[in-house]
Write a protein that binds this ligand. Structure first.
Ligand code: THG
Length: 272
């Protein structure tokens, strides 16, 4: 299980301002900090307010790679921006993301093949995000079939059941857990699973407690990766502990320290 650092996102005021001023220092400070916290990838998202997504994504990739050699997770709904980023990524990247819709899947899986990138497939389509696990799993199956038709290996396909804030969509919580378990049954080998962890707590009180608890629950249901606040040390300890309790790591008295090691060594060797 690994973490993708979420912080370089135009949703944050400091990042939006850095993009506007073309000031690389704030971006580079967050890149270094998240790398130090054990991020396995860095998410780069120009943010909804950024007009020129192509130019901004290219700039974010460039300035991040100047200080950090982690692979990048290119987060935009503008596929021209994703492609502009992929063209200059020094390491195989992750495309974030594609819904279960044609012709979007065609464009994204063709790009993934060309640039040897992994892909996050969202369990949604033209009808939006569904309420229940069954519909999410059906969409996961469509993503698996489409990826397979482009010869994308299942280890490079991450299905995202789409987490909504618990204060407005509380009944989705158990459906997410069910979806995570069922995705592992739709194909052999199965695709991987991923969530946007901080979504669970948006607009809610005591955000970090919600995120840490949801992470532990999702790990118990087989989660492989999360876009998350990697700088939350208590989150990292919770994840390490959940992994020991799920027998994914051997117990030792320093169990809470395990996570950083797992993310920086084993994960780089693609052992999850
Ligand atoms: N799935 C995938 N990718 C994703 C998401 C997902 N990328 C974006 C997002 N969801 C994950 N990243 C974030 C980043 C920040 C926040 C939530 C998710 C966040 N931001 C503060 C807020 O909205 O309250 C911003 C506060 C501020 O302005 O300082 O919570 O689900 N594949």
């Amino acid at each position: 299980m690994f973490l993708i650092g979420e912080r370089i996102n135009g949703m944050y005021r400091d990042i939006a301002e850095a993009i506007r001023k073309e000031d690389p220092l704030v971006i580079q400070a967050w890149a270094r900090r998240q790398a130090d916290c054990g991020a396995r990838y860095l998410d780069l998202n120009p943010g909804p307010a950024t007009r020129d997504q192509v130019k901004t994504m290219r700039w974010l990739v460039k300035v991040t790679q100047e200080v950090c050699d982690l692979p990048l997770c290119l987060d935009s709904t503008d596929y021209d921006a994703i492609e502009a980023g992929l063209e200059i990524c020094k390491q195989p990247a992750m495309i974030n993301s594609v819904p279960a819709e044609w012709p979007k899947m065609e464009r994204v899986f063709a790009m993934a093949k060309k640039y040897k990138a992994a892909v996050i497939g969202l369990a949604m389509n033209e009808q939006g995000i569904s309420q229940d696990a069954d519909t999410r799993v059906a969409l996961a199956l469509e993503l698996v079939a489409a990826a397979d038709s482009y010869s994308i290996p299942m280890e490079d396909l991450y299905i995202d059941p789409l987490v909504l804030p618990c204060n407005v969509a509380q009944h989705h919580g158990p459906e997410i857990m069910l979806t995570l378990r069922q995705i592992k049954l739709v194909a052999d080998p199965a695709p991987r699973t991923i969530i946007g962890l901080s979504n669970i707590s948006q607009g809610a009180k005591n955000r970090k407690l919600l995120e840490r608890t949801f992470a532990a629950m999702a790990i118990a249901n087989g989660l492989d990766a999360a876009v998350a606040d990697v700088c939350d040390e208590e989150l990292r300890k919770t994840i390490a502990t959940a992994r020991v309790l799920m027998n994914l790591e051997p117990y030792s008295d320093s169990y809470a320290e395990k996570y950083k090691k797992a993310s920086s060594t084993a994960e780089r060797r693609k052992i999850s």
